[in-house]
Design a protein around this ligand. Structure first.
Ligand SMILES: [Zn+2]
Length: 123
């Protein structure tokens, strides 16, 4: 279990530990009824998964770590630097899959920078 704080009223709640094998669980604040996993503080988490000589498996592992950190925190978006090669292609494929699974809301190229992608975790 992990603790989450309601950003609306400050109440604490015990939350199941977020993992990537499921869509965000429905967890209502006992006091104000907001969905605690969908609250965000508007912030963006950034990381570079492609420019430290990462292999493809390592880059995808870093992508998953970033998603988990984003969901376990209160971030609204992720900005992922993916470069221009195979890591970029595979990351976009993985994000497509995660979107279908309900793990992310949306993703789009960080125009005009093709080497980065913006991922929306929460609306
Ligand atoms: Zn609340």
């Amino acid at each position: 279990m992990a603790e989450r704080h309601c950003l609306n009223c400050g109440m604490s709640a015990n939350a199941p530990r977020f993992e990537l094998d499921q869509a965000p669980p429905l967890l209502r604040c006992a006091k104000c009824d907001q969905n605690l996993f969908l609250q965000h503080d508007g912030s963006c988490l950034t990381d570079d998964i492609a420019h430290h000589h990462e292999t493809l498996p390592l880059a995808l592992k870093k992508l998953d770590r970033l998603l988990l950190e984003g969901w376990r925190g209160y971030y609204r978006t992720l900005r992922v630097i993916i470069g221009g090669g195979l890591i970029r292609e595979q990351t976009l494929g993985q994000l497509h899959y995660y979107q279908r699974q309900g793990l992310i809301r949306a993703y789009h190229q960080d125009s005009p920078n093709r080497g980065a992608v913006m991922v929306v975790l929460r609306d």
